[in-house]
Design a protein around this ligand. Sequence first.
Ligand SMILES: [Zn+2]
Length: 438
Amino acid sequence: MPAPCDILLTCDVLMTQDPARSVIEDAAVAITGGVVTAVGPRVEMESSSAPKSRLDLGPCLVMPGLINAHTHVSMTLLRGLADDLPLMEWLTKNIFPVEQKLTPELVRLGALLGCAEMLRTGTTCFCDMYLMESAVAEAVHQAGIRARVGEVIFAFPSPAYPDLDGALDVARNLERRWKDDSRLRTAVMPHAVYTTNPALLERSFALAEELDVPLHMHLAESASETAQCLEQTGQRPVAYLNSLGLLGPRTLAAHCVDLTDGEIQLLADSGTCISHCPESNMKLASGFCPAQKLLDAGAKLGIGTDGACSNNNLNMFTEMGTTALVQKVHRMDPTVLCAQTVLDMATLGGAACLHWPELGSIQPGKVADLIALDLTRPNMLPMYNPASHAVYATNGGEVRLTMVEGEVLYQDGVYSRLDYPALLSEIQDAARWVRKQL
Ligand SMILES: [Zn+2]
């Protein structure tokens, strides 16, 4: 008896990212209730499945959706507002002053634009830290994409809260609001060592434990952060966090650029997860994250774009290419961070960093978060190794379809849940507001 399923998806090539890293030609994926129920050769699957609907994609490479392990999605509104400046000057003189005047509606609009960009370039899940994050969560819910979201917590007032108690309440309410949603999860997100204090960090971690959610923050992003931390605490950032009890599997640290060998081992041994953001690190001239050394030490790494002001896009395909290339030239060794390793970081690594083990591969029991790349594009021909193409040949424009939890959210230029022309016009209005703030 053929097994019933909601959708039978067929394609020329399926890159599963399963434990054997199986690639199946002329393949099919059966999906029911948003979950992958079977994967295999099309001919076998067609005789063993009784689908309610079919999605015949033809000359496409179907692969797991990419996971953006660190971003500030609403910063799309400020894309290109200020470039080519050092991190602290860029942040304190250009970004923070505009951000202090943002409204929930502007945050929601920027988030919708970011979700649209990510869906179009093959990202199905992201980890987001921003002000007024409840507005980001509303945008995520509208767009249908998947995300782990958190209110950024500073030691100074933000438009979302007057003080630390208020900030922790915002984090608690965000978790309460979304805890039963299958596509939204939360985290507690203190900003960085240089914008917080020990009590804030300890209370943030205690709340993360109480809610049983991850803690996410920027860490060891630049030498100037290290110098400032040494001056204020007598310790380097990683040692400082360790002394406060914040390192461990619950913690996802973004950047981790300025590290000693001992700190690399400490991050790995403690099980701390790391979001590697190479384009942001390059643009702000922060330095090189020792990604291969961290992997060799046993650390879990995902890849993030960071916000659209320090990148300036949310494109995980180009970020994967950069991840591989920059590490090779940093180490002067072309064998480090091979294509399969980088693809693993952007899929399974991201799933581990976001504490979302149902993501990252296409195999029975995992949720159906997947994308299809057009294999008829000149830059995709010929194809001997799909992982190589995903990392080195693809630019994101090849994405023909993006599916989250079995729902098609983007296909061939059309968003199923977003009114893109209306969004464009709202973004133009928001940009006029941003210009007036300068
Ligand atoms: Zn960031």
